[in-house]
Ligand binder design. Structure first.
Ligand code: G3P
Length: 481
């Protein structure tokens, strides 16, 4: 049995706890593996006060000095990358290789963000093009103030740092709230930030029970920006409760893989299996439905079954592809979706086997639009297959979802690919590849119930900055010289 590890919060440069704790449960064993502080309203309110105060001097700290301090934090992440990856494995049951990739990808993200920030030069306009002489405005980028960063369980390092670093390097202060499952590694990163000597109050990390501090966190009037990744239900609640705050919300998805009759089926099946089952399908960008031309359905299904049977299923410590899902609630939900589809005539091709939180990768054929599995986001290793008879029908089914994060199109015909890509209402369309956020510099955005605002390195910086104009006026008259 693992020992129970306690990690403190970080408020105003101090390792903080108040004697009350939230348990962190292992998805693999369902046992308590750690604890993080259960903070209260007063402590959260105080945290915003110190963040707002510290931001003033951080904003006027020269950019290269800000980068130098943040770079020390990054170097500590490099030094401790093995420990960080092991915490990810322990806390959210991600396979070891994927956990290590998450950390190295994050280090690359930080370095690129520093470089991008150096190039956020002011914009200059003249009044000339508006028929006004002797007027020139310089619009420089200034920080917005206090950022609340709320990260999800599934990428507890990457999706935390992808909010925190652009916010901080841009001169904002941050209050960071990791997902409960993901708090151990989130607060561990905060401990490293403190070792790096990020000035007190500039970066704070808090934890607690969502039911007790959720509203308090988002309703504080000192917040200027909320950057959130998580479920559509929670993100929508934040949008309703927040007060005159800029919002960046990355929420659910039901990304389709649309397979045309002329697709390279070997490539398509490989990409679909990776896109659907990596980290057990617990990615907002996972492929969550296959829409396939009925002419090639049998051939595709055969390949999918072959490939799914080669996936390594088991514990994250054994570096498996499919590992236990995050909690028992998710298992129950997925069982319900599979049973509903099965009762309504769907055919289960593989999987539908459960051992505690481990769900064997499940392919479900003959799914139709009457089944919840066609529309709901399982956030687990289950993939419905829906057939279509013509491309218009495929586009209609794809666009009928409440979600519109990404889509994939598999075809060897560039004309079909471009026509369908333009007809889909998702944030991004991938041609002949799985749906995915990376490479992390790309703009990343969902529409409809999938999100609001844009991430990716340049756009993340833009979302934490506002233009501040200084306008020069002058006269040509000699007597004024
Ligand atoms: O699930 C969220 C997303 O950030 C995952 O990234 O590149 O694996 O799609 P990626």
């Amino acid at each position: 049995m693992n020992k129970v590890r306690q990690i403190n919060a970080l408020i105003n440069g101090e390792n903080y706890q108040n004697g009350k704790w939230v348990d962190i449960i292992s998805p693999t064993t369902n046992e308590v593996i750690g604890q993080v502080p259960a903070l209260t309203k007063k402590e959260i309110d105080d945290c915003y006060q110190v963040a707002a105060k510290a931001q003033k001097s951080w904003a006027t700290t020269p950019l290269l000095e800000r980068i130098a301090v943040l770079n020390k934090w990054k170097e500590l992440m490099v030094e401790y990358q093995e420990e960080i990856a092991n915490l990810i494995v322990l806390e959210i049951a991600k396979g070891k290789t994927a956990a290590v990739t998450e950390v190295t990808r994050t280090i690359d993200y930080i370095e690129y963000t520093f470089e991008e920030m150096k190039r956020m030069h002011p914009r200059t306009y003249t009044g000339d093009s508006w028929g006004i002489a002797n007027k020139m405005g310089i619009f420089q980028y200034v920080p917005k103030g206090v950022v609340l960063a709320i990260s999800p369980f599934n990428y507890p390092v990457n999706l935390s740092i992808a909010k925190i670093i652009p916010a901080l390097v841009a001169g904002n202060s941050v209050v960071f709230k990791p997902a409960s499952q993901g708090s151990l590694v989130g607060l561990f990163l905060a401990q490293l930030a403190n070792v790096a000597k990020i000035p007190a109050g500039v970066f704070n990390a808090v934890s607690g029970k969502g039911s007790e501090i959720g509203d308090i966190l988002v309703e504080n009037p000192l917040i200027n920006v909320i950057s959130f990744t998580g479920s559509t239900a929670v993100g929508t609640g934040i949008a309703q409760k927040s007060l005159r705050t800029d919002l960046i919300l990355e929420m659910g998805g039901k990304d389709p893989a649309i397979v045309l009759a002329d697709a390279d089926l070997e490539l398509t099946a490989t990409k679909i299996i990776k896109g659907a089952f990596s980290y057990s399908g617990q990615r907002c960008t996972a492929i969550k439905r296959v829409l396939v031309d009925q002419k090639v359905k049998q051939a595709l299904v055969k390949l999918l079954v072959e490939k799914v049977n080669k996936l390594k299923v088991g514990n994250p410590e054994d570096d498996c592809d499919v590992t236990p899902v995050i909690n028992e609630k998710t298992v129950k939900y997925i069982k319900g979706l599979i049973n509903d589809a099965s009762k309504k005539g769907a055919k289960i091709l593989t999987g539908n086997k459960f051992e505690k939180n481990l769900i064997y990768p499940t392919l479900v054929d003959n799914v139709n639009q009457s089944m919840a599995l066609a529309w709901e986001e399982p956030f687990g290793p289950v993939l419905p297959i829906i057939s279509f008879t013509n491309v218009d029908e495929a586009i209609k089914i794809a666009n009928a979802s409440q979600y519109a994060l990404q889509a994939a199109i598999f075809t060897t015909n560039i004309n079909s690919a471009m026509t369908i890509a333009h007809a889909l209402d998702t944030g991004t369309v991938n041609i002949n590849d799985q749906t995915q956020r990376g490479p992390d510099l790309f703009p990343f955005m969902g529409v409809k119930d999938s999100g609001l605002g844009v991430q990716g390195i340049h756009d993340a910086l833009i979302s934490f900055l506002r233009p501040k104009g200084i306008v020069f006026n002058w006269s040509d008259k000699k007597e004024n010289k």
